[in-house]
Design a protein around this ligand. Structure first.
Ligand code: HMG
Ligand code: MG
Length: 316
């Protein structure tokens, strides 16, 4: 029976400040980013990917990673959430560590071509780099997470074999990742494919330690999340307002919007800890800077009500 064993609660990873802002046309200034992080934490986001310690020549919008990460370890952000960043190598890890970030993440694709384009490494080279990062993180007792990108399709290779996804996920768990997030980087997956992929993963890894990271390029992310709940997935990445994309995955749009996900889960009786209206207001505050409305359908539906509330607050 569909939805025979739904959880009472799931874990979210808010990736808007990293996955979102890395791919917006407008570069958001550091103070506005820090205010956004504070808004996200105030809305109840408990795990937040704040930035990426990647080469600023590759990802200019996150060139202020050190300042942003440092701010997460000062008042008023410190302790309000678990603050994370991408770290593609030991140099990145050392930057994250110097700022005192709570956790880090390593990332690679199940497709060789995407790894070459995105991190300038083969899959084997990337795994060797991540073994070094993992050794440092284990020694420092810093929790780390892993991503498998292009799990449902690659912008350069097209179809990606399920076995390639499972192999990379297994290797990331072997390195010591506490959770591995399976990415539909270009948003091409469908519910049937999601169920088949999660079932294949379940035969090799612990499903309770998997997450899904679904870009909503073709509008199927919520459907894919809904069916994955039945397969035992309990952790999801999402992006406030639907911000995001991958600069090295042409055509990729934002992650599933956190507001849309929270709205669906609230309705299904599944808690996330996130206050939908507070979060939607955070996304609306950012839209003036980004010069485009949030991609979230729920924010669009609530827009006039929320703007009226926000205007009343300013007058009061
Ligand atoms: P590289 O050019 O091969 O690195 O980049 P290198 O070791 O040859 O060094 C070249 C230069 O980069 C040197 O500087 C290094 O110091 C510098 P130079 O001497 O020329 O001035 N460098 C660094 N600078 C800052 N931070 C670092 C760092 N490492 C080296 N950590 C590298 C290799 C991985 C760094 C590069 O390819 C890179 O930064 N890639 C990042 C790409 C990226 O961030 N993509 C988007 C995120 S992935 C994604 O969005 C998918 C995901 O959301 C999941 C999904 O959707 O499926 C996670
Ligand atoms: Mg992504």
């Amino acid at each position: 029976m569909l939805f025979a064993s739904l959880p009472d609660r799931v874990r979210l990873m808010e990736v808007g400040p990293r996955d979102g802002l890395q791919n917006e046309k407008v570069i958001v200034d550091t103070r506005a980013k820090i205010a956004f992080l504070n808004d996200l934490a105030d809305a109840g986001c408990r795990r937040i990917e704040a930035t990426a310690f990647v080469n600023p020549r590759w990802i200019p919008p996150l060139a202020d990673h050190a300042e942003v990460a440092h701010a997460t370890q000062q008042a008023p952000l410190k302790g309000k959430a678990t603050w994370a960043a991408l770290t593609p190598n030991v140099k990145g890890y050392e930057g994250a560590r110097a700022a005192g970030l709570d956790e880090v993440a390593v990332f690679l694709a199940a497709s060789e071509s995407h790894n070459q384009k995105n991190i300038n490494a083969s899959t084997a080279e990337a795994l060797a780099r991540y073994a070094e990062v993992a050794a440092r993180a284990v020694a420092d007792a810093v929790p780390f997470r892993g991503y498998v990108s292009c799990a449902m399709g690659c912008p350069y290779e097209g179809k990606v074999a399920v076995k390639a996804v499972v192999d990379v996920a297994v290797k990331l768990f072997e390195l010591g990742c506490y959770e591995v997030s399976i990415g539909d980087t270009i948003g091409v997956g469908n519910p049937r494919q999601t169920v088949e992929l999660v079932r294949a993963l379940k035969s090799s890894v612990d499903v309770s330690r998997l997450a899904l990271h679904l870009h909503d390029t073709r509008g199927a992310a919520l459907a894919n999340i809904a069916v994955s709940l039945d397969e035992g997935v309990r952790s999801f990445d999402s992006s406030a307002g639907g911000l995001g994309g991958c600069p090295y995955a042409p055509g990729a749009s934002g992650n599933v919007a956190t507001e849309d996900l929270v709205n669906m889960l609230d309705g299904m009786g599944i808690q996330t800890g996130v206050d939908l209206r507070k979060l939607a207001r955070a996304s609306l505050r950012l839209e003036g800077l980004l010069r485009r409305p949030p991609a979230s359908k729920v924010v669009a539906a609530l827009r006039s009500e929320l703007l009226a509330e926000m205007a009343a607050e300013v007058r009061a």
